[in-house]
Design a protein around this ligand. Structure first.
Ligand code: BGC
Length: 254
């Protein structure tokens, strides 16, 4: 197992579940990127149905699938549930979706997946030191790399700001939309989140992914960090590509 280099990557988000077959040597998508809506409530049962619906759009003959999942993921098991149903806590994504697809499923945190694709194919590729990748969407996801090595499950959307709010409750993409915040107001909030990230980790580079990274021009002048902040090169595809790369790596491990 594991020699095939064309792997189905799936990016599970709070609003959509997206997938494509990825060439893990180049990071290119070999198929269209299909999407199904994340069911609400996002229980294991309802999401497994959506996962199967997404699979049915592919004629995938490979043996392994990579899944980026919006939770702490340890050894294939979800250990948190901020924007999905709490029944996920303690559920093995690898086992449940392995059974549902009859394939070997490798799961990791969604932001860790997106960050990995930047390390392999994007802006973080040649970067030494501490790189922090933040995804701005339903929540705030994070991936931290030290000299290119992932420190998994950093969950920087869940630290508390000096105002007592969790960072993702203060400045996620969903918060901007739900409260109809201007880019100016939201950008100033996000700058405060970055200030805390810098205080804690002094990163050398901060990369942004997720929906708001596409509008970087609207708020980049408000970000006053020491570290350079850049939108991630692959933006929307990053999670899908990173999930496929992760599955490839894991299946080739000893
Ligand atoms: C979750 C993270 C996830 C992020 C982005 C957060 O609410 O706790 O695990 O990476 O949302 O989806």
């Amino acid at each position: 197992m594991g020699s095939a280099k064309e792997i189905l990557g799936i990016d599970v988000g709070g609003s959509g579940i997206k997938g494509a077959i990825v060439d893990v040597t180049t990071g290119e998508l070999l198929t269209e990127r299909f999407r199904v809506t994340t069911p609400q409530p996002a229980t294991p049962k309802a999401m497994t149905k959506a996962f199967k619906e997404l699979l049915s759009k592919f004629d995938y003959e490979g043996e392994i699938i990579g899944v980026g999942f919006p939770a702490i993921v340890s050894h294939g098991v979800a250990l948190s549930a901020a924007n999905i149903h709490e029944d996920w806590i303690g559920t093995s994504i690898a086992k449940l979706w392995g059974k549902a697809s009859n394939k070997k499923v490798y799961a990791l945190n969604d932001a860790d997946a997106a960050g990995l694709s930047s390390v392999f194919f994007g802006r973080a590729k040649t970067h030494e030191g501490v790189v922090i990748f933040l995804t701005i969407g339903t929540g705030i996801g994070s991936a931290m790399f030290v000299d290119g090595v992932l420190v998994p499950n950093t969950e920087l959307g869940h630290f508390y700001m000096p105002n007592g709010m969790k960072s993702e409750h203060f400045a996620s993409g969903k918060v901007r939309k739900d409260h109809d915040l201007s880019w100016d107001t939201w950008g100033k909030r996000f700058n405060q989140v970055l200030a805390q990230v810098e205080r804690l980790f002094s990163p050398d580079l901060i990369l942004l992914g997720g929906g708001a990274s596409k509008k970087f021009e609207n708020y980049k002048h408000l970000l006053k960090t020491n570290a350079e902040v850049l939108p991630a090169a692959m933006m929307n595809q990053a999670g899908t590509v990173g999930a496929a790369v992760y599955a490839y790596q894991q299946s080739n491990k000893g």
